[in-house]
Design a protein around this ligand. Structure first.
Ligand code: SF4
Length: 165
């Protein structure tokens, strides 16, 4: 389904209400409210059309970050991949399940949809994209279903069980 920029829904889609998200719109994303069932049986009430459908491509997490970045520490048992310059630049968190905090807009779809509750909210006051991030706190529980990768509206998540530190 493609929606034009500006959040207007297609006339043939009944009950779809555009989501008003300044951050998402700045990035060229369009969101809609509509209850939908996910593969794991949970209901979601909103989703986003990817930038490639409605406008210019945005940045996405680098799946080779473990080769292109340095691990600079750990937080809550989760690896931190730099560069980090808090509070504006937070790097990538996690290895098997990795979240680029500098892209994350705290949409929350990954927390809602993960069937094994890998993610927890952490506060990131002062970050320009969002003041909360989805931390892959329990990445060891991941079953590689890829739901979080599919639902993230800004492509901030990558999952690869073979990735090493
Ligand atoms: S790929 Fe892993 S972290 Fe992502 S939704 Fe599935 S189980 Fe959760």
């Amino acid at each position: 389904m493609c929606l034009p920029l500006g959040g207007q829904s297609s006339p043939e889609i009944e009950g779809v209400v555009p989501v008003s998200s300044a951050s998402a719109h700045e990035r060229g994303h369009v969101g809609v409210h509509q209850p939908i069932a996910t593969a794991c049986g949970k209901m979601r009430t909103h989703f986003y059309v990817r930038a490639s459908c409605v406008g210019p491509l945005t940045m996405a997490i680098d799946p080779q970050f473990n080769e292109n970045r340095e691990k600079v520490g750990e937080e809550n048992g989760v690896s931190v991949w730099g560069p980090v310059d808090e509070p504006e630049q937070l790097g990538i968190r996690g290895t098997h399940v990795a979240v680029d905090y500098d892209l994350c807009i705290a949409d929350g779809a990954c927390l809602e949809d993960c069937p094994v509750d890998v993610f927890e909210w952490v506060d990131t006051p002062g970050h320009p994209e969002s003041e909360q991030k989805a931390e892959p706190t329990h990445e060891a529980q991941c079953i590689d279903c890829m739901l979080c990768v599919d639902v993230c509206p800004v492509d901030a998540i990558d999952v690869d069980a073979s990735r090493s530190e």
